[in-house]
Ligand binder design. Structure first.
Ligand SMILES: C[S@@+](CC[C@H](N)C(=O)[O-])C[C@H]1O[C@@H](n2cnc3c(N)ncnc32)[C@H](O)[C@@H]1O
Length: 447
């Protein structure tokens, strides 16, 4: 993908801010011997203290920001999640009672989902004792506090902010809407049959540092010498940040082979690309899911994000991967542009999430499209209630439901995976009451 329309120019102050971060990235490149892995670049662009996109001050969410997430589109989304939480708190963990339970939201954005969930749980008489929010950036933590103070001041006392996962395991629910897609990824490039490693259509021609790195390029996947695997690096050359190729570690080779090459062997007639094939994976996913599992004594983890099962993620036609950037509601594929001013994101490989959950001894209770999850958790009834209260908003509410559920909008591209831990078989069955319809766990290569 190329930029289709010119992007709006950032204001001078924002460009200055980005330049400061760019200088830090250039320093990191120099300290690292001339290049850094793309994952390190993405970590700095999004989370560098004081400068990264998610930790510095500019507007990100909603019409004034760069992109819109489901909780910003409609409170109905968060109310369906609250219905699920109420069912877990009252049916699955009743002996603890809601008063001894916790909801932990990861990456709470503007705080609007927390406010809407708490308000709905209050009307259902199913409030948890505590609502914890883990948010890496100070600016977003302040913003979330302000949202909650304005929308539900009477519930604010239950909310606490964390900078890392709680050390004491919780009973209750862990929520993460669009968090995995904001985690730094390892970008890689496969080339089968084409021996000219600098002939890449997507990645700019390599710099001298890249050429050095290419000397060390790994002829990877020992049983498959027809495929060359490069990791994508970021270098500083002629005053600009550029892509380059570097060698892959044995662990990266194993991860890439397991994801891409084995998928092609199993589903695509042992396909091998004759043009450069770029894709990515999340190297921190297994450790993250393991930490979430350790944080949960008993309850569910609800992971909501855009993504695919692996056979779809690494399909041969998807030869540019899923990496995208959002700037002022423009979508493009130039992640090196304006570090700190734009979102950089990737779709989620839900097969990898399921495998990590297995490893972490979490049960996969359900895997559904967002549309199915919302309808299974009372969307229609909530819509009708909202319509009764605000008949004048019929068009707006219907539009919100369309955006959340239509296959061409968020309905199918977004998936919900529910993981459980510490449940008896009855509690597990109770979790499934609202989730068993339209379950996709049987999807090929997921389990
Ligand atoms: C795309 S935004 C989604 C925000 C919000 N959940 C929503 O749906 O509007 C991603 C959020 O995840 C946060 N985040 C990224 N990695 C995280 C992690 N490991 N733990 C907690 N939050 C994280 C970011 O700081 C950011 O707030």
């Amino acid at each position: 993908m190329q930029i289709r329309q010119p992007l709006p120019a950032p204001p001078p102050q924002a460009l200055q801010h980005s330049e400061q971060l760019r200088q830090l990235i250039i320093q990191a490149i120099a300290q690292n011997g001339g290049s850094i892995p793309f994952a390190q670049f993405m970590q700095m662009a999004l989370y560098q203290p004081g400068f990264g996109y998610y930790v510095a001050g500019q507007e990100k969410f909603g019409a004034e920001g760069d992109f819109v997430t489901a909780p910003e589109i409609s409170a109905l989304f968060s109310h369906c999640i609250a219905n699920h939480c109420a069912s877990v708190l009252t049916r699955c963990l009743p002996q603890q009672s809601p008063n001894h339970s916790t909801i932990l939201e990861l990456g709470a954005g503007s705080g609007i989902m927390a406010a809407d969930i708490l308000q709905r749980l209050a009307t259902l008489d199913a409030l948890p004792e505590r609502y914890l929010i883990l948010e890496p950036g100070t600016e977003l933590r302040q913003r979330q506090h302000e949202t909650l103070r304005q929308r539900c001041p009477q519930l604010l006392a239950r909310v606490q902010w964390l900078q890392q996962l709680p050390t004491q395991p919780i009973r209750g629910i862990i929520l993460a809407n669009e968090v995995m897609d904001a985690m730094p990824i390892t970008l890689f490039n496969l080339n089968g049959g084409n021996t000219d490693r600098t002939d890449h259509t997507h990645i700019p021609k390599a710099s001298p540092a890249a050429t050095r790195a290419n000397d060390a390029t790994t002829q990877a996947y020992t049983n498959d010498t027809a495929v060359t695997i490069n990791s994508v690096q970021v270098v500083h050359h002629n005053g600009t940040l550029q892509f380059s190729h570097g060698p892959t570690s044995p662990e990266q080779q194993r991860q890439i082979s397991q994801r891409c090459l084995q998928t092609w062997d199993a589903h695509y007639n042992a396909y091998r690309p004759h043009q450069p094939y770029q894709s990515e994976y999340n190297p921190a996913l297994d450790g993250w899911i393991q930490h979430l599992s350790e944080t949960l004594l008993a309850g569910t983890i609800l992971l909501i994000d855009y993504g695919y099962e692996r056979s779809d993620y690494y399909r041969p036609e998807r030869d540019q991967g899923t990496l995208l950037c959002h700037y002022r509601h423009h979508v493009h594929d130039q992640p090196l542009l304006w570090p700190g001013l734009q979102d950089i994101t990737c779709s989620v490989d839900f097969t990898a999430v399921a495998a990590a959950a297995d490893q972490a001894e979490l049960a996969i209770a359900a895997y559904q499209t967002q549309a199915d999850f919302l309808f299974n958790n009372g969307l229609e009834a909530l819509f009708n209630q909202a319509l009764d209260t605000h008949p004048e908003q019929q068009y707006r509410l219907a539009q919100q439901v369309r955006t959340l559920t239509l296959p061409s909008e968020m309905g199918e591209r977004f998936k919900v995976m529910a993981l459980t831990k510490g449940f008896t078989s009855t509690q597990q069955a109770n979790t499934l009451v609202n989730l068993e319809q339209a379950d996709r766990r049987h999807r090929r290569s997921l389990t």
